[in-house]
Design a binder for this molecule. Structure first.
Ligand SMILES: Cc1cc2nc3c(=O)[nH]c(=O)nc-3n(C[C@H](O)[C@H](O)[C@H](O)COP(=O)(O)OP(=O)(O)OC[C@H]3O[C@@H](n4cnc5c(N)ncnc54)[C@H](O)[C@@H]3O)c2cc1C
Length: 571
């Protein structure tokens, strides 16, 4: 192992965590609680607990099922309104049950969770099925400091690119320092992918999700699941691209008609696909653009923008939203009466297939948080956040809790991994190969090409074979650019962007090919050429893996025999 040093700096750990966001930091802290002797190393592209992670630029809102909630009722709601029978019902139950455990874990770590005057978790009356509480946005610093104190090691500013493997076992990762380009080799008895989802860099606050871990796992041979259920939209103000949660109840067409009754149920806890289909229909039939006005029903909606963000007295969240975000909005918003709104592409592809302990299909590999949220089967036929605001943060924590015991057990018993010098040398060569091209195409041009065939509603809200094939043709062209033409022009940050583009290209292919395969309409997967839900043929999961350099699709049976709700019985 020691002569690996000649290729780059070598780091070895018992548990190697790729990504120092919320999921990675919670896992690191939990592992130290369970077995303080395990050596835990976090490798982070930005700075662990500061930048990169989505959790410190979010709302901090958590979804929780508490002791007073009826788990059966929640599951029934979920199956019908979110998963459309494509969810793993056992996973949904486990998640629901573990959400309260997460609250207790946080409180034990001195992280304040918002409770009412009676000490109960915050609730919104209109949503009787679950609690919607929050923490303050300094949580990441608290978790980072706690992890440091417990001896967790951190390597920042390092972009991991490929997973090291020994036959079917993941043995670590390699990557490079984005500031000086130094090559780094990490070995771990257990390797954890906690580096987020793919959001295609389309919307500013979701910018960090570039699918690095998803694509690396895929290239290493891990299975992807539910790749087609990937892309979520918010309603956003054209111009400053702010999300307006609850905005479906504040929409008018250009004729001044109030449109929600045509496309929404009277009360919905979060956006359904029908409002986006409706917005598009209005525009295509000549009644656009779609305009926003704060109607009474919107203002009274307790989860509408602002409503829950400012419900609690949170110092950091208040500063973030009232100063930073308000300033941005002041300079970029459309200030007209009734400004225009659009379906705002968010993304959130997280397709790494995992079991109920977050183990991936390769030995020694786990995937947490956003990276595996749909691949776990939790989301079913609605992309994250699965019509449950607050489920992103809760999922990051719950998945870390679910993984912790098996990671500790495995890392405590497994042998030191053996690493192939040839594999390390080969990866080093391919990782730096774009640097050989002194000039060429800027990776941003490739990113733009992908965005144009993934993010518009005609590719990700409403699909058909022709447009998906058109998208796949462009994706093939982008692979060609990635392999032959993009150039970082000597800059290591730009080399990072070249790899981001490469990873987003893999994610695009997994998404589009899986979507092409699902020949039905179900939940947020809407096909114009297959407009009906087809339970006979498509009540199954679609999986994708790389075989001999090519994407291979398969289907996986959903174990309805273990579930409470079976569509045949419910119909
Ligand atoms: C604006 C906004 C508001 C939100 N509000 C809420 C909310 O109120 N409630 C809620 O539940 N959810 C919310 N979310 C979603 C929530 O923040 C995420 O679901 C959650 O933070 C996911 O955590 P994670 O650790 O899985 O991933 P991330 O937060 O994405 O962390 C991944 C980390 O991995 C690092 N990384 C990426 N690539 C590499 C690489 N190649 N090598 C090393 N490191 C890498 C990243 O820099 C990052 O630090 C919001 C998200 C956004 C963007």
């Amino acid at each position: 192992m020691s002569d690996l040093n000649k290729y780059g700096e070598l780091f070895s750990a018992d548990v190697l965590i790729l990504g120092g966001g919320l999921a990675g930091l919670i896992l690191a802290n939990r592992i130290k609680e369970l077995n303080s002797k395990l050596d835990v190393l976090i490798v982070e592209k930005a700075t662990t607990g500061f930048s990169g992670s989505k959790a410190n630029k979010g709302a901090g809102v958590m979804w929780v099922l508490d002791e007073t909630d009826d788990a059966d009722k929640f599951l029934e709601f979920y199956v019908k309104e979110v998963g459309h029978y494509l969810e793993d019902q056992e996973m949904v139950r486990i998640y629901a049950k573990t959400s309260l455990e997460l609250v207790k874990l946080f409180e034990g770590w001195d992280i304040e969770i918002m409770r009412d005057e009676n000490g109960k978790l915050s609730r919104i009356e209109e949503i009787p099925l679950w609690a919607l509480t929050a923490y303050d946005l300094d949580i990441m610093l608290k978790l980072r400091n706690r992890a440091k104190k417990k001896g967790v090691r951190m390597v920042d500013k390092t972009q991991t690119v490929e997973l090291l493997t020994d036959n079917n076992r993941v043995t670590g990762a390699v990557g490079f320092d984005i500031t000086d380009g130094s090559f780094k080799i990490f070995t771990g008895k257990a390797t954890i992918i906690a580096n987020g989802s793919c959001n295609w860099m389309a919307t500013n606050m979701w910018y960090s999700g570039r699918g690095d871990g998803i694509a690396a796992a895929y290239r290493a041979g891990a299975e992807m699941r539910n790749g087609e259920i990937s892309n979520f939209y918010n309603i956003g103000l054209r111009g400053n691209m702010s999300s307006i949660v609850g905005g479906q109840y504040a929409l008018y067409n250009d004729l001044g008609e109030y449109i929600p009754p045509k496309y929404c149920k009277e009360w919905e806890p979060d956006f359904d696909i029908n409002i986006f289909l409706g917005m598009e229909k209005e525009v295509m039939e000549g009644r656009g653009p779609i305009l926003f006005e704060e109607t009474e029903i919107f203002v009274k909606n307790p989860i509408a923008a602002g409503g829950f963000l400012f419900k609690w007295n949170r110092e950091w969240a208040g500063k973030f939203w009232n100063t930073l975000m308000a300033k941005e909005a002041r300079y970029t918003s459309d200030e007209r009466w009734r400004p225009e709104v659009v379906p705002l592409f968010i993304g959130e592809m997280g397709a790494i297939s995992v079991d109920h302990s977050m183990r991936g299909t390769l030995k020694g590999m786990w995937a947490l948080g956003d990276a595996s949220k749909s691949g776990s089967g939790f989301c079913g036929a609605t992309p994250p956040p699965c019509r449950l605001r607050g489920s992103g943060l809760t999922w990051a924590g719950v998945s870390a809790i679910l993984a912790a015991a098996s990671v500790v057990e495995y890392a405590g018993e497994a042998d030191r991994p053996s690493v192939s010098k040839d594999q390390v040398a080969g990866f080093k060569e391919t990782i730096f190969s774009p640097m050989q091209r002194k000039t060429g195409i800027n990776p941003r041009d490739g990113i733009r090409m992908l965005q144009e065939v993934i993010t518009p509603p005609r590719y990700s809200i409403r699909k058909n074979r022709e447009r998906m094939e058109e998208s796949l043709n462009v994706i093939t062209d982008v692979y060609d650019l990635v392999n032959n033409e993009i150039s970082p022009e000597g800059d290591f940050h730009m080399l990072g962007l070249c790899h981001d583009l490469r990873n987003m290209t893999y994610c695009s292919e997994i998404y589009m090919k899986s979507a092409l395969e699902r020949k039905e309409t179900r939940g947020w997967h809407v096909r114009e050429d297959y407009p009906d839900q087809d339970d006979n043929n498509w009540r199954k999961w679609i999986t994708a893996r790389m075989e001999n350099g090519k994407l291979k699709l398969s289907t996986e049976k959903i174990p309805f025999q273990n579930y409470k709700y079976n569509p045949q019985e419910v119909k």
